[in-house]
Design a protein around this ligand. Sequence first.
Ligand code: ATP
Ligand code: MG
Length: 168
Amino acid sequence: MTDYPAIRSLATSSVRGTQAVAAALARLSRAGDLLVLCGDLGAGKTAFTQGFGRALGVTTPITSPTFTLANRYEGAELIVHHLDVYRLSHIDEVRDLGLHELVDDRSVTLIEWGDVIVGALPGGYLEVRLTLCDGPDDRILELRTVGVDWSDREVALLDLEPREPGVS
Ligand SMILES: Nc1ncnc2c1ncn2[C@@H]1O[C@H](COP(=O)(O)OP(=O)(O)OP(=O)(O)O)[C@@H](O)[C@H]1O
Ligand SMILES: [Mg+2]
């Protein structure tokens, strides 16, 4: 995990709230982007990806890749790669994922626990750190840009206004 201050910190109190943040970030995303999802076990990394994928037009159910390691979904314009590297114990297994090939100009890639393999990541990324809070449904989502790939969108990240569906 990176240890400098977050560019943005957002509190949510429901899955829908977290997915609204994810949808807002999906609208900022572009081909070739990488997002690293990290933080507490069970904080909502997979729930975040579900909201992110739906906003990009993925209609099939997005499920946890804990055992499959990598799932691929067709969005309206982009492919969404969803990986979970929690169970990887050896650098060879990380290499087998073929990250450099996945992160291409037709797709957006989200990696749960990607902070444990930062040295193997192909480029810059947006880190989304999810933390459990006092209430059972309360979460903090912290955003950090690493490298140049997201740095030109820092103003947009500061201005991010997630809207939950049905809330005007
Ligand atoms: N504000 C919230 N944001 C996200 N998830 C929430 C929130 N409140 C409650 N939840 C619940 O927390 C759980 C999050 O599970 P999820 O599988 O998305 O976490 P995860 O971070 O991917 O877990 P793991 O570390 O095992 O991969 C879900 O059961 C979800 O309904
Ligand atoms: Mg998960």
